[in-house]
Design a protein around this ligand. Sequence first.
Ligand code: F6P
Length: 337
Amino acid sequence: MTSGGDCPGLNAVIRGAVLNGIKRYGHEFVGFLDGWRGVVEGDYIDLPRATVRGISKQGGTILGTSRTNPYDGEQGGPENIQATLDRLGVDAVIAIGGEGTLAGAKELTDAGLPIVGVPKTIDNDLDATDYTFGFDTAVQIATEAIDRLRTTGESHHRCMVAEVMGRHVGWIALHAGMAAGAHAILIPEHPLSMEQITQWVREAHERGRAPLVVVAEGFVPEGSFEPYADRGRDASGRPRLGGVGERLAPLIEEATGLETRATVLGYIQRGGVPTAYDRVLATRLGMAAVDSATDKAWGTMVALRGTDICRVPFVDALDNLKRVPQHRYDEAAVLFG
Ligand code: F6P
């Protein structure tokens, strides 16, 4: 099952798991629909080999996704879920998801359920794995979009602010910003004052450039405005992000006198065709997850370490955000202004 925000590469994981499971072990597969909802309600589709034909290049997930909590509702919780798995003849669940999904999977595994995991997030913020699939695609999409903002910014002699995803960490901003040659990259891990931001904008402008600022959605400038004050919370209680770019633009314009426009890239970064890198990583993770399930390595998720796929306990992926380290930010900052 696929759970949490969608992510390019989910279908490649499913295909890798199904093909490896059928070809090497003779397993049969079903796919639970819409994350934990499908597991809890026993809502599934059969996944014979023909259903995964050619899907690694498809964005989204053929199984649908949701942020349903497996403990919610009358059918939720470990005993009910185990009863549903027994009724359907399911011996193992492969949970493909981010921190929230893996937290649910850990609790259920602790209660005795047969679950293995595959880490997923475009934000690349899970510390137990070097990279998550979907991140490379998001960076590629963001870089292409920022390159386009640059030509319109240069034509109009404007400052352009590009807002990318990144709730707690700034990996997408750091990589896309560096690739696109941003004059400032603003990330949640590294608070900055408006004075510093506008200084970089001025320096770029004074050299005859159209300043380009890349900001992660979770960034908050020091002492300037409350984070995400007016957007409320989503159904899972998380603050709705998106909009910091729009809030920064008038402040930059006011401080520098330079016409400034903001663009929020939003869900475009999560949609569509995964890059070749993400397809390969996702396929390998899906294949390895089936090996884990076959070995009954419950409570572990597959992870990328260097170029190898290994197994780590769920707990390593929880409460353990992979933040952009200071030295990576300092390295990028040499290029600012
Ligand atoms: O975690 C991935 C992510 O795309 C974040 O970058 C973003 O803050 C969040 O999901 C958006 O979640 P939703 O799809 O619930 O709006």
